[in-house]
Design a protein around this ligand. Structure first.
Ligand code: 7PM
Length: 261
């Protein structure tokens, strides 16, 4: 899953046309590099962020989805927690909902049920504004698994088909570095529940803090973590650097498919 950020500051003149144009070029490159999904996000979930309004998020995400729809052949995903954005995004061509709130917003379960598209349910402790203040768990793996299974139950109770669900432990969302490490090491415990698992570790603070690397120096560390997540059973890797990440995933798959012990 290639990450396509559609934030105003990524466009020099802020114009929608230039923005959609650049987004299309980036999406085409990620597709050529081997992305199987393009995830379009209006950047409302960063630690410390207060979020953006529905109208602001719609104005960022919808023109880009419209520009990509029909121009790239891989499925488009929308990174949103807002029911109104989910509905408009699927109408504009999105085929997957990526919700860091796991459909906990009012109306989100109903929107996802009405839209009948696959949904990624992600774990987050707290809210983006406060989640990194003092993340606290007794047993982080157990608590994340329990939370996600509860969200699966809520989704199914709302009429969402189980075959449309995937799970994500939410690396970096209300977790310290040791919590993230424990979750990655314990990923098979989440994978074991039979639903596809998505892992997003690309360029995250874990890499930055453990290695002492600035954002633009996190490629090797991100690929290493993507490799581990794949070995531990993750089926979808959310990444900025698609070509390098796909190389790693393909090699893991090749080796893991080998005969013998
Ligand atoms: C700062 C913090 C900047 C976090 C960017 C981010 C995930 C996601 C994001 C994830 C799923 C980023 C993140 N992360 N959706 N959206 N899983 N499903 O790296 O780990 O883009 S935002």
């Amino acid at each position: 899953m290639g990450i396509l950020n559609v934030t105003p500051d990524s466009f020099s003149d802020g114009g929608v046309f230039v923005g959609a144009d650049q987004a299309l070029a980036h999406a085409r490159q990620m597709e050529a590099d081997g992305a199987a999904i393009i995830d379009v996000g209006g950047e409302s979930t960063r630690p410390g962020s207060r979020g953006v309004s529905v109208d602001e998020e719609l104005s960022r995400v919808i023109p880009v989805l419209e520009a990509l729809h029909g121009e790239v052949s891989v499925p488009l995903s929308v990174d949103t927690s807002k029911p109104a954005v989910m509905r408009a995004a699927v109408d504009a061509g999105a085929g997957l909902i990526n919700d860091v709130m796991a459909l906990r917003r009012d109306g989100a379960l109903a929107a996802a049920r009405d839209l009948s598209v696959p949904v990624c349910l992600m774990h987050m402790q707290g809210t983006p504004e406060t989640m990194q203040d003092k993340p606290c768990y007794q047993h982080v793996v157990k608590e994340v698994v329990t939370f996600l299974l509860e969200r699966v139950e809520a989704a199914e109770a709302a009429g969402i088909e189980r075959c449309n669900l995937m799970l994500d432990p939410g690396f970096g969302f209300g977790k310290t570095d040791p919590h993230n490490a424990e979750l990655l090491k314990g990923l098979p415990k989440l994978v074991g529940h039979g639903l596809p698992v998505l892992a997003g570790l690309s360029r995250k603070s874990l890499v930055g803090r453990v290695l002492g690397r600035a954002m633009e120096e996190r490629l090797a560390g991100s690929v290493a973590l993507a490799t581990m997540a794949t070995m531990h059973g993750a089926r979808i890797i959310r990444a900025h650097d698609v070509r390098e990440t796909v190389d790693a995933v393909r090699l893991v798959n090749y080796v893991m498919a080998a005969q013998g012990a």
